[in-house]
Design a binder for this molecule. Sequence first.
Ligand code: NAD
Length: 428
Amino acid sequence: MTGKPFNAFAMAQQQFDRVAELLGLDTATRDLLRWPMREYKFNLPIRLDDGSVKVFRGFRVQHNDARGPGKGGIRFHPRETIDTVRALSMWMTWKCAVADIPLGGSKGGVVCDPHNLSPREQERLCRAWVRQVARDVGPWQDVPAPDVMTNAQHMLWMLDEFETIHGGRYPGFITGKPVGMGGSLGRTEATGYGLVFTLREAFKEMGLRADQASASVQGFGNVAQYAIELFQQLGGRVISVSCWDQADQTAYCYRRKDGVDLSFLRGITDRFGGIDRKKAAAAGYEVTVGDAWIEQDVDVLIPAALEHSVREDNVGKISKRVRVVAEGANGPTTPEADHVLNERKIFVIPDFLANAGGVSCSYLEQVQSNMNYYWKKDEVLGRLDATMTTAFLSVLDVSRRRKLPMRDSAYVVAVSRVAEACRDRGWV
Ligand code: NAD
């Protein structure tokens, strides 16, 4: 990522300060919500397959649990920092509140690159992470989930370690588990599909038609792939995707103007969302190094990679045709770039609304796990659609009534709910 030095937590606080002013929050509530309630930082000494020991750094941050147990994913990423985890935990609080699910906000991470770790080493890392936080997380305290570079297998190892420590079966401890082992049907699709449910509602509001629309997507991981899947099912055309190339340490954009072939690209993509460049080029994809995804002449941009991808230095490259930015990633747009999007009257579906499908479905998984009774996929996706549509319409309503951009409106809805819960509990 380029541009000026970026600190995700400073950005999350800047966004919060703006809404605190809008809502006229009192000082105690601001002080409470501006920082996480609790933070755990620890070393994870791991025995590698060659017999040596490597020490990794791990985190769990619990931002706010006034509305219910904390909820949030665990990232495995070489550039993970405590500030990124803090920001993500804060965004989780707003995400659960805007979706109106009875959960708070948490996030976790390990500074590591799973590309360079064997499955057994990753298992040891998962188990070690749980051993560090086992007393401070759990179905009624704080419920982890997968995120960037973690998956259902990691969750199952973590569940197994938690259950070994506590002596029992606690499937509600963690979500994103494999189906058949406490996981919910629909969870894999949930974030990408949820994004498209909100995009569908935005299109209705703007009088646009999905079957006449085109999109460019940053990323080709879990969120991106399922967003593309549902957008294409609605008749939309995705003309480019992009991904990070680990060997070259740069991003590449893959473009096909008639629309990308999702199943072909999936077939040449590794489990980290990295596309095989040679095979894509051989199949006729135009491959460009860098940020070309943002310059495409399309109706919709979907940043679905990492934070800090729409910035001051590249927001000017967005084509005049773009009408909607639907943020799949957390924190993709800097406040400066957001200002430009607002000036240009581009309709932004902000991150913690657009990507709330993941946590909403995780909540449904947790409910099923706690009951030990599992629903059919259609039932799960129907409930997810209802949650996402209601959330979108409640934000749109504030946006219309208060004449605010969608991001500010989403913040107004979410922060008011959390502040009210804190007040009702007598915390402030
Ligand atoms: P993932 O690891 O499955 O995929 C990430 C993708 O982004 C990969 O294709 C990777 O190559 C690509 N990428 C990374 N850096 C890039 C760059 N600079 N340019 C272009 N592509 C780049 O992760 P994911 O689960 O799809 O998550 C993506 C984003 O969505 C993250 O911000 C995550 O926090 C957020 N999110 C995920 C979920 C979920 O349920 N998975 C839920 C809510 C939010």
